[in-house]
Design a protein around this ligand. Structure first.
Ligand code: DON
Length: 296
């Protein structure tokens, strides 16, 4: 399990939950699907979507690229030439995105993030203050990244405040069920299928799912695209969210991680479901929507 955020080491490694929410809102779940854990990096696609809507793709592209890095999620490396972080799914890119939001919303940034993630989940989410404090007081590597970005003029002068928002967004508590509803909102073209609320516009969803497809699993992203073949995002507390576009979201929670920071059982669950039901985007058996219709 992740221990570099000390509070995460207290999780029960045996917790295991799966929730599946279809694009029409139907829900199937098993195990510890209602156990709350911190969202961590799975917040990144959602803040990226917010920044795209707030600033437009061109402005966002000045701050962060869209290339897979092939590096670890916490790598301290920027793109040659532009000095931008490689993509918004790794820590450096996500910090740049949150800082961009902070440059506009200031002290209201975290509330705006919490509000949007809550709309995607269909309920008011809250923060785990212990995990937040644990990361805030030990997150020296992310602090170094924020200052490196400041050095290159990629974040505004309030880098520390923006970083604080980033730590808080990572400490938002979700269950597998919440994550699956958030994912189903993306699968359903930005509209939360449980509440009917339009949370992201359709162009944003296209951009967000593209980045999740190419960069969401860090230095496992290529292999994930090859084996599972759907947009996804993992978090270091053990959450994993996979999206089958226009069909459903699969959310899994199991805290034991592989050496890339992805949930071991989460990967197995998605790999097996994708193989069984032909969910891979390029699988000729990808009849997911009719499959779902046949069981609903
Ligand atoms: O910034 C960090 O290191 C964490 N708050 C989030 C990292 C994370 O979830 C990476 N995921 N596998």
């Amino acid at each position: 399990m992740a221990t570099y955020i000390p509070q995460l080491a207290h999780a029960d490694p045996d917790h295991f939950g799966i929730s599946l929410v279809a694009a029409d809102g139907a829900n199937f779940e098993t195990g510890d699907a209602d156990h709350a854990f911190t969202i961590q990096s799975i917040s990144k696609p959602f803040t990226f979507g917010m920044a795209l809507e707030e600033f437009g793709p061109q402005e966002v592209a000045h701050r962060v690229g869209v290339e897979p890095s092939g590096d670890a999620f916490n790598s301290i490396e920027l793109q040659n030439g532009t000095n931008r972080p490689h993509n918004p799914m790794i820590n450096a890119g996500a910090i740049a995105v949150t800082a961009l939001l902070h440059s506009r919303y200031g002290s209201a940034t975290f509330d705006a993030v919490l509000h949007r993630l809550s709309a995607a989940a269909g309920r008011r989410l809250v923060v785990d203050e212990c995990v937040y404090e644990s990361e805030r007081s030990t997150g020296h590597r992310n602090r170094a990244i924020a200052h490196l970005l400041l050095n290159f003029g990629l974040v505004h002068s309030e880098a520390e405040r923006a970083l604080d928002v980033y730590f808080r967004q990572c400490a938002i508590l979700v269950t597998c069920h919440d994550l699956a509803v958030m994912g189903a909102t993306l699968a359903n073209m930005g509209r939360n299928p449980r509440t009917g609320e339009l949370v992201f516009d359709i162009i944003t969803v296209k951009h967000v799912l593209s980045i999740m497809f190419t960069c969401g699993m860090y230095d496992y992203s290529g292999e994930w695209a090859y084996r599972v073949g759907v947009p996804a995002k993992s978090g270091v507390s053990g959450g994993l969210l996979a999206i089958v576009n226009r069909q459903m979201a699969i959310a899994c929670y199991s805290p034991r991680l592989d050496n890339r920071g992805n949930s071991c059982r989460g990967i197995d669950v998605c790999t097996e479901l994708a193989a069984t039901f032909g969910l891979h985007a390029f699988d000729c058996l990808n009849v997911g929507s009719s499959f779902l219709q046949s069981v609903l």
